[in-house]
Write a protein that binds this ligand. Structure first.
Ligand SMILES: Cc1ncc(COP(=O)(O)O)c(C=O)c1O
Length: 418
């Protein structure tokens, strides 16, 4: 019988990807022009009358999201922390979140002395109303819904479960600029929508973030929490009224944010096109399932994943990854999105430099509650971790890049089909 894998590049055959992937410059004349103006203004601090860029970026975010209040900040992690402040999270509260995310999603939870409780995802890698409901206890104060990979999560259904119970929903939109659910932009369903502009997101200011909010009182609380509680936009009435951080965005980041926000719609629309093209080209795929947006979801594809059906192929997931890489498919990111199998969540030691019980705070609470973490608590996430292969998108990719990548995927799975 002819060996089906003979034509694979890993066996010495020709590569599926014959042309280099498209590249391009993210920062162009507008960023430079804005930065120059910011420097010429002789202050890089956002809060002065003559400062303009951070304020303008917030105005642009209002227009972009349709939300009345926006706070700019220093990172996506800071944005989520601020979202939790809006939600009134405090020590000992439980915050439900999926474990397939960046650490930045839970830093604010732990910083407040609250405890992350991991809920499972479904086959779309997103939390569901049922998986969230299964983790609600009398200590639950909030849920952070992570819109992962550019795909909207079913946040409307999660809000419907949480709202009657007085549980806040915070949206982590770090990876999902421009994603929509039933036509409505993610980040506008819950108490706060939190965005990142770190360098690995749809738009970049190097580092940075935004929180969008509907409630004016929470806006003031969040703004003050992000700015050492100076209350400078409100004539210092609440100066140092409560604890706060310095999570400020600088005018340099604001200047770049304004230039990036001008093109965010174009960027996310292109990512959507590329992702949908990939999905279309992979329709004939056998031996793996491609991650799909949920019904009513408009995805802006930051990445996507294939889940290998181990019963339908003759080799392991890792061997398939090697074969795909040999085909020249550098779109493969193969990122492992999991917080549970990390030193921090395995040992639960948050401050190894302390020698008493506070070193495990907030996982061990003063009232004796002790939280442990295992992949067995989230069986769907566990099984998908073992099967997943991730592909990242970049707006500079061409249609040909997508077609050749899909061809390479089909070729490898065809060769290894049982
Ligand atoms: C889903 C998600 N949430 C939060 C963050 C944290 O954002 P930042 O790195 O800007 O703090 C990231 C960043 O990678 C992320 O991907």
């Amino acid at each position: 019988m002819k060996n089906k894998s003979n034509g694979l590049a890993i066996q010495g055959g020709p590569k599926a990807k014959t042309t280099p992937y498209g590249t391009g410059k993210r920062f162009l004349d507008n960023e430079l022009k804005n930065l120059k103006e910011a420097l010429e203004n002789n202050t890089l601090f956002y809060g002065l009358t003559e400062s303009k860029w951070v304020k303008q970026a917030c105005e642009m975010m209002k227009t972009y999201t349709g939300m009345p209040h926006v706070v700019a900040c220093s990172s996506g992690s800071a944005a989520i922390h601020l979202g939790l402040i809006a939600a009134g999270i405090g020590p000992g509260d439980e915050v439900i979140v999926t474990p397939n995310t960046d650490f930045g999603t839970v830093i604010g939870v732990m910083e407040e002395g609250a405890v992350p409780v991991f809920c499972d995802c479904d086959s779309t890698l997103q939390p569901t109303a049922a998986s969230v409901a299964a983790k609600i206890t009398s200590h639950t104060k909030a849920v952070i819904v992570v819109h992962l990979a550019g795909h909207p999560a079913p946040v409307d259904e999660i809000v419907a479960v949480c709202q009657p119970k007085g549980i806040a929903v915070i949206e982590d939109c770090a990876q999902s600029w421009g994603a929509r659910l039933h036509g409505r932009m993610v980040g506008t369903f819950g108490t706060a929508g939190c965005y990142s502009t770190n360098d690995f997101k749809h738009i970049s200011t190097g580092d940075g973030g935004f929180v969008v909010l509907a409630d004016p009182i929470l806006y003031r609380r969040v703004l003050n929490y992000s700015d050492k509680c100076y209350d400078r936009l409100f004539q210092w009435e609440q100066h140092l009224l409560h604890h706060a951080m310095n999570y400020r965005m600088t005018e340099l980041q604001g200047a770049v944010a304004c230039a990036q926000l001008e093109k965010v719609e174009r960027i996310t629309a292109r990512n959507h096109e590329l992702g949908e093209r990939f999905r279309e080209r992979l329709k004939p795929l056998r031996g793996a399932r491609l991650m799909q947006p949920i019904p009513g979801g408009y995805s802006t594809y930051w990445w996507t994943a294939l889940f290998v059906d181990e019963g339908a192929v003759t080799v392991s997931r890792d061997q398939i990854v090697k074969a795909l890489e040999a085909e020249g498919l550098t779109m493969i990111a193969y990122a492992k999105y999991d917080l549970i199998e990390t030193r921090l969540f395995e040992t639960r030691v948050t401050r190894p430099w302390l020698s008493d019980s506070r070193r495990m705070y907030p996982f061990v609470q003063p009232d004796g509650r002790s939280y442990t973490y295992s992949l067995d608590q989230v069986p769907v996430h566990k099984s998908l971790l073992a099967k997943g292969i991730t592909f990242s998108f970049n707006r500079f990719y061409t249609d040909l890049d997508i077609d050749e990548t899909a061809q390479g995927v089909l070729k490898v799975f065809e060769a290894y089909a049982k």
